[in-house]
Design a protein around this ligand. Structure first.
Ligand code: 0WD
Ligand code: CA
Length: 388
């Protein structure tokens, strides 16, 4: 069975639910995952701190490049097993199943939301319908293949520059964050930051419940740090900050590229309720030149007068597409059966479709781990027993 969905579909209204954090988890520097809330918050959340005077120091964002502790690409795909463990842990503590229609990574929903702006790029996702919910994950094999093909296309010199750029992003994060709020850090911790070795193993992840139209989603996303502090009560989402680096804009010709990045950043933050973005602008030698703060809610206004056309950037339009496509997914894929589906966009034919994946039972079983299935079975049994 194949179902297609037109790319010009738009929802009439885009009623949004206020995002709410359900739980947090973290990936440690040795690639393991931890789930205890207190420990995760205490040990793994970073705090933003970069006074303006630091920016004048012209930090070299490639410093320490040779010591970069980089996680291999194949180990850095959206880790579904870890996400399911987090859900299980949360459900065991609360005694209830997460009430939502779709469970996935925020990054995948960013891609889906921006599909009308990336019509030359394929999108390959798996959807597993299980226990009344849709679990969406990336097709890791295809993602890795895309990545290695990208590398083959460019010269070794260009490849080296790209890896340095990637490093400079993580370096910027290391430079402008602290392991604890500023007031609790000693001078050494603050001043040693330029020398700190950089790794991209460590991640703080937040699972957020949100919704658009009548569809509820649980999205897991990486959070770079806290802008100010973590409140003892109330939602932490408004206190988080997203960190980015970009090439300093030196000519009007570079503006459309930045606008597209800003659109992506907006979607990324908007989806899980992150209110602030800090951009570090660097020159072609990867020297930090300028730092700027953006409020997520201001970005659509900034982009209203964007110079980019074909297609013209418009956050409301992206949101209306997202509302429509999410509604379609939630209603067109039956959820009462344990089944594997494929969600594809093909840039050649411009066809966006959902199809049943045949004879790939092992895959659906490996996506939804047996541990998770056992847990959900026991939850269903308990619910049945208490209702009779
Ligand atoms: O294809 C992959 N390797 C992906 C991995 C795609 C999407 C996610 N992930 C992983 C992330 O590493 C993380 O563990 O899934 C988890 C949750 O990610 P998310 O928040 O849903 O992902 P997204 O919003 O796409 O990206 C958040 C951050 C990125 O920050 P920037 O500021 O660059 O957007 O996750 C990292 C990156 O730090 N990240 C990646 N790092 C290396 N290769 C990649 C990637 N392809 N994608 C995301
Ligand atoms: Ca970031």
């Amino acid at each position: 069975m194949l179902k297609t969905f037109p790319l010009d579909s738009r929802a009439k209204t885009t009623a949004l639910k206020q995002p709410k954090e359900l739980f947090v988890y973290a990936r440690t520097s040795d690639g393991k995952y931890v789930y205890d809330k207190e420990g995760v918050q205490k040990k793994h959340l970073l705090y933003y701190y970069l006074p303006d005077s630091y920016v004048d120091k012209q930090f070299d964002l490639t410093q320490g490049y040779s010591k970069f502790k980089k996680i291999p690409d194949e180990e850095n795909m959206g880790d579904f097993e870890a996400l399911l463990k987090g859900i299980m842990d949360y459900e065991q503590k609360s005694g209830n199943k997460i009430g939502c229609d779709i469970i996935t990574f925020r990054g995948l929903m960013t891609k889906l939301m921006l599909l009308p702006y990336n019509l030359t790029e394929p999108l390959d996702l798996y959807v597993v319908s299980y226990d009344g919910q849709l679990f969406i994950k990336s097709d890791d094999e295809k993602e890795l293949k895309k990545k290695s093909e990208e590398i083959e296309k460019v010269s070794p010199a260009e490849q080296d520059f790209r890896t340095r750029c990637e490093y400079s992003g993580y370096k910027f994060e290391a430079l402008c964050t602290l392991p604890r709020p500023w007031s609790e850090c000693d001078r050494g911790t603050i001043e040693c930051r330029p020398q700190k070795t950089v790794n991209n193993y460590e991640q703080y992840l937040s699972m957020v419940r949100t919704g658009i139209g009548s569809v509820k989603l649980a999205l897991a996303g990486e959070v770079d740090g806290a802008w100010d502090y973590l409140p003892r009560e109330g939602s932490p989402l408004g206190h988080y900050v997203e960190l980015k680096t970009s090439r300093a804009i030196m000519s009007p010709g570079q503006l459309p590229g930045f606008e597209k990045k800003l659109l992506k950043t907006w979607a990324q933050c908007f989806l899980i309720g992150i209110k602030r973005v800090v951009y570090g602008f660097r020159d072609d030698d990867l020297i930090l030149r300028n730092v700027e703060l953006y409020n997520t809610e201001e970005i659509p206004i900034l982009l209203k007068d964007s110079v980019s056309d074909r297609p013209k950037i418009n956050c409301t339009n992206a949101l209306k597409w997202y509302g429509a496509v999410i509604q379609w997914l939630a209603t067109s894929i039956p959820r009462n059966e344990f089944k594997l589906w494929k969600l594809n966009y093909d840039p050649g034919s411009h066809i966006f479709s959902v199809s049943e994946a045949m004879s790939e039972d092992f895959l659906k079983n490996s996506i939804i781990t047996s541990e998770f299935r056992q847990w959900r079975l026991s939850l269903a049994t308990a619910a049945k027993a208490s209702s009779t």
